[in-house]
Design a protein around this ligand. Structure first.
Ligand code: COA
Length: 173
């Protein structure tokens, strides 16, 4: 079972369980925190999986292909982490994961999604810009004093996709 995204069929998005924590932490270390200390350890990912104010969304096709972690506050959601395994990129997986997490933020009535992004990551900036995020600030030395962060925000309209249809970007294969 999966979903069609253009030419690609991508795996279903589901909520992570404790069994996914080690794979998520390893992907964060290898694909997001490279060159920095490893802050998203297995224990920290496990806390996010168990946290009622957070969703950890994953896509598995046997191995873990992609994941995203979003925290939901009173007014805004915060996208804390997002990564796709290199061989599975440009197939719409990150778009699906962010759409899934964003739908929860809309249903909760939140007004914004915010995130921080390494300033040395133009690929991710292009990805988020395409999803409607705009830069609101640059924070010098945000990542361990070494790398600046770009703060991005997306304003959410109150309009929800049709009931039963899931996210508008998800089409059953
Ligand atoms: C950024 C990242 C999450 C994108 O994942 P992805 O599954 O490849 O993204 P999608 O396939 O949904 O891309 C959707 C669109 O975003 C844009 N985009 C995605 N990756 C891009 C890249 N490397 N360069 C330019 N544009 C890009 C494109 O417009 C793309 O549409 P297209 O493929 O039809 O041209 C992935 O490259 C990744 O995991 N990078 C390492 C970790 C990271 O940077 N995480 C984000 C910061 S925490």
């Amino acid at each position: 079972m999966g979903y069609r995204y253009g030419m690609h069929v991508v795996p279903d998005i589901t909520l992570a369980t404790a069994q996914d924590a080690a794979d998520i932490a390893a992907m964060s270390r290898d694909f997001i925190e490279q060159g920095l200390g490893w802050s998203w350890t297995v224990a920290r990912v496990l806390r996010a999986i168990k946290d009622r104010a957070s969703n950890v969304a994953i896509a598995r096709a046997g191995q873990l292909e992609a994941f995203g972690i979003m925290h939901y506050g009173d007014d805004a959601a915060h996208l804390a982490l997002l990564a796709v395994r290199p061989a599975s990129r440009r197939k719409g997986l990150a778009t699906q994961i962010v759409g899934w997490l964003e739908l929860s933020a809309r249903v909760a009535g939140l007004e914004h999604i915010r995130l921080e992004l390494r300033s040395d990551n133009p690929q991710a900036l292009a990805f988020y810009t395409g999803l409607g995020f705009t830069q609101i600030a640059r924070v010098s030395g945000y990542y361990q004093g070494a790398i600046d962060a770009l703060q991005l925000e997306k304003r959410l309209s109150s309009q929800l996709p049709p009931a039963g249809g899931g996210s508008a970007i998800i089409k059953p294969a």
